[in-house]
Design a protein around this ligand. Structure first.
Ligand code: SF4
Ligand code: SF4
Ligand code: SF4
Length: 277
């Protein structure tokens, strides 16, 4: 009898253990799946294809991150020691697709190496070398579009009237990707603002400005381009831009009709309804 009780207890304990392990496995798996879905706000190495195509092409070999870590400029001249690499391979807990390369500018920005060692080593084409070649067929890091820097006016102390140009000074494309624009301080009437303005056609998204920003949480930060840019739509035409006029067959703006769901409905002048003039 005692023996059969022991067996029953053992059976119950084993069953509970299995259930526990299955639940734990489920939790780990769902965690892995969450990681696999990954954050869309991830910054990829220079020359990376658009995110979806990049994820299809990247074979998660880590060659780019290794080349970045081993780049010549990564040796600290004073200590002679290797510094952390810019590119990291995502692991569990990074909230990025596991095994793919990314960088976090506030930790380590991209130093925009002239020879871009991270790109030619990519064996899969996920980092597209031709997109970084200039007219002479030479690698040009200024053609990289890793992201776009955005200034949050409310936390940027230059917008408070304090003198700060740390981001401007840190930019390798100073006065091209970022400039300081003068604005009169109407509140005091005597002082001026010098405000950082990012130029989206030049900014590479290296994040050196984000790293240098003096505020507790950076007032300038890099987002992937598709999340940092808007789109006016094909039906808006710049009257002063010859190319834009040609795009619509040199028609005048008033000749261009815009059809949206809203425009299909007859407009109702409801504010003036029932008013006799
Ligand atoms: S260009 Fe940027 S990502 Fe590539 S090796 Fe240099 S620091 Fe690393
Ligand atoms: S991310 Fe910042 S530092 Fe880099 S190019 Fe753009 S404005 Fe300059
Ligand atoms: S470093 Fe930061 S606080 Fe200073 S001007 Fe640039 S964005 Fe503003």
């Amino acid at each position: 009898m005692a023996n059969s009780d022991n067996n029953r207890r053992k059976f119950m304990a084993t069953t509970l253990q299995s259930v526990g392990l299955t639940a734990l496995g489920g939790l780990l798996w769902s965690g892995y799946c969450d990681e696999a879905k990954a954050s869309p706000l991830v910054l990829r190495p220079p020359g990376a294809l658009k995110e979806e195509a990049f994820l299809d092409a990247c074979i998660k070999c880590g060659m780019c991150a290794e080349a970045c870590y081993n780049r010549d400029s990564n040796i600290d001249k004073e200590t002679g020691k290797q510094r952390p690499g810019t590119l990291q391979m995502a692991k569990g807990g990074d909230h990025r697709l596991v095994g793919t390369p990314f960088f976090t500018p506030r930790d380590v920005p991209c130093y925009m190496c002239d020879d871009i060692p991270c790109v030619p080593v990519c064996p899969s084409g996920a980092l597209d070398m031709p997109s970084l070649l200039d007219k002479k067929g030479e690698l040009d890091i200024n053609k990289a579009q890793m992201g776009l820097a955005i200034v949050h006016k409310e936390s940027c102390i230059a917008f408070w009237g304090l003198q700060c140009d740390a981001c401007y000074r840190a930019c390798p494309l100073l006065d091209e990707a970022i400039s300081l624009e003068y604005m009169k301080n109407e509140r005091t009437g005597k002082h001026a603002f010098l405000l950082p303005v990012v130029h989206s056609d030049v900014c590479t998204g290296c994040g050196l400005c984000e790293k240098a920003c003096v505020t507790e949480k950076p007032a300038i930060f890099v987002l992937p381009r598709e999340h940092a840019t808007g789109k006016a739509g094909a039906h808006y035409v710049k009257g002063w831009d010859k190319k834009d006029q040609e795009r619509v067959g040199n028609r005048k703006a008033e000749e261009i009709e815009t059809h949206t769901k809203r425009s299909e409905k007859a407009p109702v002048d409801y504010l003036n309804k029932e008013i006799e003039y």
